[in-house]
Design a protein around this ligand. Sequence first.
Ligand code: GLC
Length: 867
Amino acid sequence: MSEARLPGLPEEERFALARPGAAPQPAFIDLGHATFTGHEGNRFTFTGAESRARVRLTILAPDLARVDLLPEGYAEPAPSWAVAQPDDAWPAISLEITETPESLTIRAPAMTIHVSLQPFRLAFYTPDGALLSMDDADAGLGMARQNPGPAPYIVQRGAWGARCTKTLQPGEHFFGFGERTERMNKRGSRFLLWNIDPHGPHGDQTWAMYSSIPFFLSLRDQHPTLAYGLFLDSAALTEFDLGATHPARLTFGVGAGNGALTYYFFAGSGPEPLASMLARYTELTGRMPLPPRWALGNHQCRWSYFPDTWVRSLAREFRAHQMPCDALWLDIDYMDGYRDFTWHPHRFPDPQGLIDELHAQGFHVVTIVDPGVKQDPTYQVYQQGLRSGYFCTTPDGEVFHGPVWPGMAAFPDFSRAEARQWWGEQHAALLDMGVDGIWNDMNEPTLTGRFAPELDVPWGSTLAPQVQHSASEATLPHLAFHNAYGAMMSRATYEGLERLRPNERHFVLTRSAFAGTQRYAALWTGDNSSLWEHLRLAMPMCLNIGLSGIAFVGVDVGGFWGSTDAELLTRWSQLGALLPFCRNHSSANTRRQEPWAFGEPYESSIRRSLELRYRLLPYLTTLFHEAATTGAPLMRPLFWHHVSDQTTWEIEDQFLLGRDLLAAPVYQSGSSNRRLYLPPGEWAYFWSGERLNGPAWVEVRAPLDEIPLFVRAGAFVPLGPVMQHTAERPTDPLTLALYVPATESADASALYEDDGTTTDYRNGAFCLTGYRYTWNVPGTLSITLEAPQGTYRPQRQRLQLEIHLPFPASQPQSSVQRVLLNGAALAERPARDPGIGWRARTTRSEVIVTIALDETWEERTIELLLD
Ligand code: GLC
């Protein structure tokens, strides 16, 4: 078949195949002896005596340095696809420099860098001289020739790459690296980062996934504060060897670039070093914009809901079953012959009418958009792309075509600003019909012969390495751009939506991501399977993705491939309800898995999970705001807040949602108990109020309708009323649940709110309210609700303080004598009377104080006097 021959490429290199197993073994040329050739401001240059390669060391922040290896003839490193903050945007810092004939020592405020010149080696220390990381004595930074090997499709034959080897410190643990399977701690592994659509089911043997984030964090046994982070800024094939080949060495390298390599080094500091490093990393690569509020709700997807009548009945069923939901998704079958930006004329004859109806019921609509543009001379998007030269080409300048859903397709060159702009504009065809969000899929990019079996396309195929991008004057081979392709597609999408609907917030979901993708899209972990093991795997994967800068992350709830069962779906929905992104999705030809699919008691259990998510919306909104301002993930490993407790370093089947909630989902069939670890401190069981103290391993009962969930004592958890969708009604009353610790204490929290739809928050239209308490045992509890910052005020008439006192309900306890609001006594009410005043629920040691809010939003103090 003539189409099967891809023009301009040798037959054996039609597709860049996914090749597991050993990475190419490069011949290595160490930079060797070097001289210090001067510095300009905070940039220091060294030149290799023989290679003439240069190393540029740039100190950008007190705890951040960049190292560029530049082969002779390269004035500058290649442009970054990840970095958001240019060098000149970093505030100046003062450095102290000591020079000797053999070395240079640079003292920055939060780290010291020692450069040895004979041979060239770098070492990073804390300000007081403790070693963080140093180049290996035998092999430091240098060029590496890529050995073609027997099937080197993902390496350019004979090209030069580069690599760097450092000494592994005893007890180092490695976290991050974006989306990978296996254990969270990658110590002892060796792997390549190369975005592909991996064959399912994903597991320890899966050598690569859809996304690559060459950023990691190192924590050291016994020395939790000697933490550092490293970001290898290359969108080419990259390789990491974390003590696999040589137990005392850490090696990383890039498989393209003619010997150039750029990495960033982050020195950890403070009692929560992960937080400080993520803040810095996301300052460098950008932070997420606030998503629209509806995107925090529950989403429902399937491959595919069509025709339109099915979508309508789905919407009705959600409301009839009282199953909270904010978004219905349309997978590939809404399109006309899988042509992007079109609608199937018979399946969706009136998309606008359909979407209007869905909007009226409180649903938002998300449509899929794949990068492959159908090769069809009569199709306008294809015509325009051809005419304007926006598609990727072969080395001899012909448009590259490869097979995807629509048959042969051309691929937009997302490395080019004009092509991204053009792609963004195409979304008007969807937004004009009322579409609310966009789902970018297959953007590794993946080639599949599913609908073109004659092509014999192996699973995991992508564009051939020689395919050309034209980001700049000089063309860029796909090999050097590959891992950023999907990220730049979501950039094109996000920026297009911003232009089409300015002053609105946008939601894009992507399957393929690179460092920095948090600026444009949320990420999901692709095609998992309906397996208990994949319910467990969701936790370490999402945790490491969060540690790699992408906070808005989720998995296909219920599992994609294969058919789920009632118990698995129920337990998965419990985890899903606490993931930053919550979407139920499954493949074609699998059993239906909408929340009511298995009837009772499962349906009620799932409803309970979703209602919990909706009640937690004020808490989630506050965490999204934190992610958008500090880079902290919503879903955190226990060690994020408890780094000194090394037991937490190994725990990857529990997580913290923000600082205050600890979840331990059930992920084993038939379990009705869950053993879990509580880090140091006092914890309250969410469902009963019972108190437990950590550090401790405990076992809790976990009936089918309850996810084991704890609240940190000292926390204020803001809760809203149950809603069927996020805009159903105002958050009124707002409930502030305060879990008062057993011991004397004081603590503070905050709640972030805004209009949830526009970007006005950037101009101060938000409402940030601080809450604090002081607890003097056993006498008084004083709570202050501060006057909010920002100009936005939510629609709200009542606030309900739900005070959980630290006395077991079964034991004699102190009783509340009086409750004062700004010094004046509040009326006591019967336990079930929700009116203004206070009431005690003694069976649960709870006091509920309901206050009326007025226009002033002034600071208020509530005092409880106990006997
Ligand atoms: C890919 C996606 C999956 C989607 C399917 C059809 O497999 O990962 O989520 O349903 O393509 O578009």
